[in-house]
Design a protein. Sequence first.
Length: 123
Amino acid sequence: MPCDSVIDAKRHLVVTTATGDLTDDEVSACCSHLKGRADFNPSFNQLLDLTGANRCEASTGHLQRVAAQPLFSSASRRAIVAPNPAIFGLARMFEAYRSISDVGEHVMVFREMREALAWLNEQ
């Protein structure tokens, strides 16, 4: 899964795009890479675009561990766009794990980009 993040400081937004197959290692690498960037600001919001993802091989246990690790601040919003039904389901599982982890931001999963952008802009 190639993963790329663009940080838009003016909009206080991190746009992460993932394509191909999602695996445990690639999900972890994407998070680690973002966290290690000098221009990363955890107070920003995130748009995670999974529209180009083909399938998800990430385990539910791994998603639960990733969800328990802080990445963004508690005031941040993370919108995940996942039109693929299987990936949408796993993204919703991540959302649920994140909500019970008490470590951070608000996560919402969407099937359409326009809905995700509208939610991010509600603040």
